[in-house]
Design a protein around this ligand. Structure first.
Ligand SMILES: Nc1ncnc2c1ncn2[C@@H]1O[C@H](COP(=O)(O)OP(=O)(O)OP(=O)(O)O)[C@@H](O)[C@H]1O
Ligand SMILES: [Mg+2]
Length: 266
């Protein structure tokens, strides 16, 4: 079997390619049982070449920490996987559970189970906690029920009637994650979920993410707090200037001071 890059569907032929969505192609040296894979993805903001041929795999139910310094391309990689318009994917392949994601638009990727929780959390003002959750369920495919979400997020249950933008930063982060779970979810993409949060709240979010893993959901976590992310993660990918410079076990990065000093400054 040949490398996958040369059989990537050209963009602009999304509908045709979507109907032909193929199972992930096996690539020499890569695991064929990967639940999620991105292969040589390249994306641009206008003329700026940002995601420069990124490849990695994730097994179902694993947590992958996507790390790197400021500007390394972490958020751009998540946005590319979620098939946002910007940065725009120019080549490469993305597969989730045997379905080709690279030909899709962002709403189709969401329907396919990819849920991005962006750094700014996108809580909807003027609505209560519960209304924010219900709004995530206006269209199928649905994910967790509101009751099930409240079991995992007791703080949100206590505050269900509260106007959502009056929640604390940590509670807003919980609501942002809960909204992703309210949709049918196969891959959770978390962009800096601990940002601006006190350590005790970070621990609470960590417990929530660990609980989500126990439910079998696959997660990518991007974090400046690399140590915390690595302690939670099974695997790690380190980006530098839009390229993968390390891919392997999270424990390997925790044990390797040189790797951390070179690429993570921790
Ligand atoms: N909308 C945009 N238009 C043009 N360039 C952008 C845009 N967003 C990000 N970039 C550039 O893309 C590169 C990667 O940015 P990205 O936000 O993906 O990095 P990051 O690893 O998430 O960084 P941080 O840790 O600061 O969040 C940077 O050089 C950044 O300046
Ligand atoms: Mg970022």
């Amino acid at each position: 079997m040949t490398m996958t890059a040369d059989i990537a569907a050209p963009l602009g032929m999304a509908e045709q390619a979507a109907s032909e969505a193929a199972a992930p192609a096996a690539v020499a040296g890569e695991t064929v049982d990967a639940f999620f894979s991105c292969r040589n993805i390249e994306s641009y903001y206008g003329e700026s070449y940002i995601v420069q041929g990124v490849s990695f795999d994730i097994k179902e139910g694993e947590i992958l920490a996507l790390l790197g310094r400021n500007g390394a391309g972490k958020s751009s990689t998540l946005r590319t996987i979620a098939r946002m318009d910007s940065p725009s994917l120019k080549s490469g392949e993305i597969h989730l559970g045997g379905k080709a994601i690279h030909p899709l638009k962002s709403y189709e990727a969401a329907q396919a189970g990819i849920q991005l929780v962006p750094e700014d959390r996108r809580i909807i003002g003027g609505l209560s906690v519960e209304e924010n959750l219900v709004l995530s369920q206006v269209a199928p495919p649905l994910g967790w029920s509101i009751e099930r979400i409240y079991e995992h997020f007791p703080r949100l249950a206590e505050r269900r009637k509260q106007e959502a933008t009056t929640l604390s930063g940590g509670e807003q982060q919980m609501l942002a994650v809960a909204r992703a779970l309210a949709r049918d979810i196969k891959l959770l993409l978390l962009d800096e979920p601990y940002e601006g949060l006190a350590p005790v709240i970070v621990q609470e979010i960590e417990r929530i993410v660990a609980g989500i893993k126990e439910e079998g959901i696959t997660t990518v976590i991007v974090e400046q707090n690399a140590i915390a992310a690595l302690q939670l993660a099974d695997r790690a990918v380190i980006l530098d200037m839009g390229e993968v410079v390390f891919s392997g076990d999270a424990d390997h990065v925790l044990d390797n001071a040189e790797l951390r000093a070179n690429y993570l400054a921790v």
